[in-house]
Design a protein around this ligand. Sequence first.
Ligand SMILES: [Zn+2]
Length: 136
Amino acid sequence: MVKEFACPCGSQQTYSNCCGLVHADIKAAKCPEQLMRARYCAYAKGNISFVLLSQKLAHSAPDEAEQSRAFAAQSEFISLRILNAPRAKQNSGQVEFMALIKQGQQLIQLHELSNFKRDQGVWYYSGGDAKFNELN
Ligand SMILES: [Zn+2]
């Protein structure tokens, strides 16, 4: 596979066969892990409208769009590692992941336990417990 076409979420699939499907239609995420990968990938690609859509059930700040856009613009999304993605219950699920992000020269490790809820058959991010560690 040509590296340029690999999905940023690290799945080893092409973007169009992976998170691209979810970005085109959020209903394509069949489980919390797929939505989580697609959120990471949306940040990596600067697709803020997908980020906002995917968290419509979460409490968000009035300037959420601006904050998300600034975070995406300042950050280089280096890698994503799913640590734990237990099989979801009917309408709720959790995913624990570690993401490596670079802001300027600063390498940051984001370790988060994310919560997901299913509303009318569609998975959404509903909030998370995030820890940011500066690595250098
Ligand atoms: Zn992907």
